[in-house]
Design a protein around this ligand. Sequence first.
Ligand code: IMP
Length: 182
Amino acid sequence: MSVPAEPLPEPRAGEVWLSRDTIAARVEELGAQISRDYQGQELVLVTVLKGAVFFLADLSRAISIPHRLEFMAISAYRAASRESTGRIRLLKDLDAPVRDQHLLIVEDIVDTGLTLNALLKTLRFRGPAAVDICTLLDRPYRRLVDIPVRYTGFTASDDFVVGYGFDHRQRFRGLRDIHILE
Ligand code: IMP
């Protein structure tokens, strides 16, 4: 007689990889750098819902020059939870035109870069003065397309992370630190 398989244990947020204090200190540095670099320019922070909104909220407050916030929502077609295909569907577009403005895309993590590459094409089509990228985490060794990342918070290992906006099936976003998923 066959023994019924044990159900897989629920994934849980394991050890803290980046503490809230480490994140906060780095976000302050990024904000100061961005404020210097974009002095005198019309800066628009473009954020893709939902993961990056936690980073955006802190980054916006760390930027001392005037700037606007714009949000987009996309659905990325994925073969598996982490596998990008590079095809996106726009669920929510920008609210205002961005022609001749300096766009800074605020991302949670750049992995293969496929999702962001599709987004870059969409945004460049709108005639901005420039489009740059600021990402909290980067996995450059996973890149499948070349993406011009201008600001990086931290380089990440291949471990799946949760917290500070990062989710696993919509869970764990509200954790204050970034944990390794177990
Ligand atoms: P890619 O750069 O197109 O491969 O996709 C990056 C997206 O995958 C991110 O915006 C996240 O939504 C998701 N992602 C990749 N790695 C992680 C992780 O470690 N934790 C949570 N989400 C992740």
